[in-house]
Design a protein around this ligand. Structure first.
Ligand code: ISJ
Length: 119
């Protein structure tokens, strides 16, 4: 069922904010090989678990950025940087494309800023 494993964080990259585990290995299910509802849901559950870990880690790192910037939080929002993030991610998510990805990342970024301001 899994034909690819990626390591999104790369080795040797401990979280600067919390120092927790420095690596996440994620089995990537091959959608074309899934034939049952149970398999599909199990695959989604695995991907969502990895997404949750990544989102939690991303929020912690984004909170560090807010403390390092001259003006952090929602007041220091940087639309150009956000566009760059979406453009870079779009290369890895062709079926979603930049517009859908922008909606997703706007929600992710705003949730991170919100968590940094109201932990
Ligand atoms: C993290 C930053 O601050 C804000 C949050 C961002 C994010 O979560 O990726 C991106 C741009 C800014 O709106 C930054 O400026 O890099």
């Amino acid at each position: 069922m899994h034909d690819q494993v990626i390591d999104p964080a790369g080795p040797g990259a401990p979280c600067p904010a919390c120092g927790r585990a420095d690596e996440l290995r994620v089995p990537l299910p091959a959608a074309a090989r899934i034939t049952t509802l149970g398999e599909a849901r199990a695959a989604i559950d695995g991907l969502d678990a990895a997404l949750a870990v990544l989102l939690e880690r991303r929020a912690a790192v984004a909170a560090v950025v807010q403390r390092l910037k001259p003006v952090g939080g929602f007041a220091g929002r940087d639309p150009n940087r956000e566009r760059e993030i979406v453009a870079a991610m779009a290369e890895h998510a062709p079926s979603l494309g930049p517009e859908r990805l922008a909606r997703i990342m706007t929600a992710v970024i705003e949730a991170g800023l919100d968590a940094a301001e109201s932990p």
